[in-house]
Design a protein around this ligand. Structure first.
Ligand code: CP3
Length: 350
């Protein structure tokens, strides 16, 4: 039987479609009771990510429940520092805790390449998910991902989450040559990891640069645009047709420069981006994905519905993928997600 091409892949090639395909960043995870139950089977979050049995199941849970147009591999951006030999722990209630990297000597002590042994269960999970996705009616595509070098570097240098990324930004100003050793290492590791994900079966790549918005425009060029472009060039050399979605969260007006200079096929926009600006400056050149406020989804009700209708009306004239401006929050009621999907899928071509 010849399978029809998946809706989200058609849209990523530039086709416009109503209703648009929909998936949600962080669609798997703590807002799902079935995830919390599964999660309790592994003490350590990274062990959970490295267990094909648990990873495959966590990836499929939101597809079973919501019938979304894409599954996103259940993993984390911090598997890269872990595979490079930095100590990474996830502590419940605190988040990730890493042994901070603060000197060139500490960069030199990292592995030159991410440990394949560590990451290979992820590739095995992708193979299993690809097979299992064929049994779903909506024919969902599988999205793979990695963190962008800048965002991953902030965790590696700060030793975890941070409010202002001062240590990382300071290092980048004080000694760009030193800091670029870390970024270059991450460009290599991230490219390899994404290429291996593609070889294992993923059909779309998303690059998460969650903290791109804290850099000045000049620093943004050097630490966001250039490393991202290198990764995209390397992927496209081997897989020219594979669609890549960029997500430089918080980049504001710099979103325009990002799409012009990196070579992304699609851009995921956060909720602060004005819809008319995005139509004029982004959707004319690339596929747009976004941008419902994740808090509006958590609260739900009439205001959420008005925002959904606005977003749909704004982007319906070009290629568009419905998503949030950032990931689903843990306290989000299932019924709000169901309402969102129903509303998006009720849009008609006129
Ligand atoms: O459904 C999906 O989107 C796939 C899974 C996914 C996770 N993390 C699972 C996860 C994805 C795409 C990520 C990406 C990620 N991880 C980002 C970029 C996207 C963003 O939200 O900005 C970042 C910055 C991280 C780093 C990270 N991972 C932090 C800061 C934390 C702790 C805070 C938190 O949200 O819990 C994590 C842990 C994490 N990653 C959880 C999940 C489901 C929760 C851990 C648990 O269940 O115990």
């Amino acid at each position: 039987m010849i399978q029809q091409q998946k809706l989200i892949l058609k849209v990523l090639q530039g086709e416009k479609h109503l209703p648009p395909p929909i998936w949600l960043m962080r669609q798997a995870g703590r807002h799902l009771p079935e995830y919390l139950k599964l999660r309790s089977q592994a003490k350590n979050f990274l062990n959970f990510c490295y267990s094909p049995r648990l990873c495959v199941e966590a990836t499929l849970q939101p597809i079973r429940r919501y019938n979304l147009d894409a599954a996103i591999l259940f993993s984390d951006i911090l598997v890269i520092p872990d595979a490079l030999g930095q100590q990474v722990n996830f502590i419940s209630g605190t988040g990730p805790v890493l042994n901070p990297i603060l000197t060139v000597k500490e960069i030199d002590e990292l592995n030159l390449k991410p440990s394949y042994e560590k990451l290979s269960p992820i590739y095995e999970s992708i193979e299993q998910i690809t097979e299992k996705l064929q049994n779903f009616d909506v024919n969902p595509a599988l999205i793979g991902f990695a963190g962008a070098p800048w965002t991953v570097a902030t965790y590696m240098v700060e030793g975890g989450s941070s409010k202002d990324y001062q240590k990382t930004r300071k290092w980048a100003y004080e000694s760009p040559e030193e800091f670029s050793l870390l970024i270059d290492l991450l460009v290599d590791a991230t490219s390899q990891h994404l290429i291996q994900q593609i070889k294992s079966g993923i059909e779309v790549v998303q690059i998460f640069d969650s903290w791109a918005g804290v850099l000045s425009p000049f620093q943004f060029d050097r630490w966001v645009i250039k490393p991202t472009k290198k990764i995209i060039d390397r992927i496209k050399l081997k897989f020219p047709e594979l669609p890549i979605i960029g997500f430089p969260r918080g980049a504001g007006l710099l979103y325009k420069r990002f799409i012009d200079q990196t070579g992304v096929d699609a851009i995921s926009i956060d909720s602060s981006i004005s819809l008319p600006w995005a139509i004029e400056n982004l959707q004319k050149n690339v596929v747009v994905q976004g941008n419902l406020d994740n808090l509006s989804l958590m609260v739900g009700g009439g205001l959420m519905e008005a925002e959904i209708v606005n977003i749909l009306a704004a982007f319906s004239k070009g290629p568009f993928i419905f998503n949030l401006g950032h990931g689903v929050l843990p306290d989000t009621p299932i019924s709000n997600v169901e309402r969102l999907i129903k509303l998006v899928r009720s849009v008609k071509n006129d």
